[in-house]
Write a protein that binds this ligand. Structure first.
Ligand code: C5P
Length: 234
């Protein structure tokens, strides 16, 4: 898959997400969408089937983390939903990630892409040391988790666009970097701390950008989506 813009559909109901996607009917584009826990738990797996039927690619952002056997079985269910990307926490260990890949792989050998969350961006050095008793520098932990994901056979990681270049150095150019924290140069930053424009993310080598409010809260959301695509993909 090539570079693409993934729209974070952080809505709480199916009606809201359909109203949002209907806006794109006019321009013939079917944005790649990210479905997170809120929508999935609220609307159920049917929301995935429905959005798939409408012709969208789906990144199902459920961040699995459990014992290897449980994750393997859960991944088999997600694979049957025919999503394009799903994810898990790299902190679940290499063995858990390997089990996840096994579960995800269909009898015909195909499977959705699988990417790992390293350290959440809401975790900082202090909380990592005090709460998790991890005393290494956070950048080193992030790269170690990315290397573990690569070792387990995963396709990439979710990371800050600021980390994308380093992840490619450590794990190779083919290892995918999926990066949230994207804002237009003239846009609102909101609660994101370290942001990049779509053009900067492209320059630094992100493979996919995940963009929520700059598109979903825009007055003209189709224009905002197309601006992202123009800066990042074209
Ligand atoms: O609205 P905004 O563009 O900030 O949305 C970014 C999306 O990416 C949200 O769904 C958010 O949960 C997700 N995300 C993030 N930072 C991470 C991981 C996921 O912003 N480190």
């Amino acid at each position: 898959m090539g570079k693409d813009v993934i729209v974070a559909c952080d809505f709480s109901s199916a009606e809201q997400v359909y109203a949002f996607l209907d806006k794109f009917n006019g321009n013939g584009k079917k944005p790649f969408v990210k479905i997170g826990m809120e929508l999935f738990y609220g609307a159920g797996p049917q929301i995935v089937r429905e959005i798939k039927n409408r012709g969208h690619k789906i990144f199902l952002d459920l961040k699995l983390h459990d014992i290897p056997n449980t994750v393997k079985k859960a991944m088999a269910v997600l694979s049957n939903l025919d999503v394009d990307i799903c994810n898990l926490h790299a902190s679940g260990t290499v063995r858990m990630m390997e089990a996840a890949l096994e579960g995800l792989t269909r009898p015909d050998g195909t499977r959705p892409l699988l990417i790992a969350v390293t350290q959440l961006t809401s975790t900082d050095q202090e909380s990592m040391e005090n709460d998790l008793l991890i005393r290494e520098p956070i950048d080193k932990v992030v790269m170690h988790y990315a290397a573990n994901a690569k070792k387990a056979g995963l396709d990439g990681v979710v990371c800050s666009p600021l980390e994308a270049g380093k992840v490619h150095e450590v794990c190779g150019a083919d290892f995918l970097t999926v990066t949230p924290g994207v804002r237009f140069a003239d846009g609102d930053i909101g609660d994101q701390k370290r942001v990049m424009t779509p053009a900067e993310a492209k320059k630094i080598g992100s493979d996919y950008i995940v963009v929520g409010r700059p598109i979903t809260a825009a007055e003209d959301l189709v224009a905002a989506y197309e601006r992202c695509v123009a800066e990042f993909v074209d």
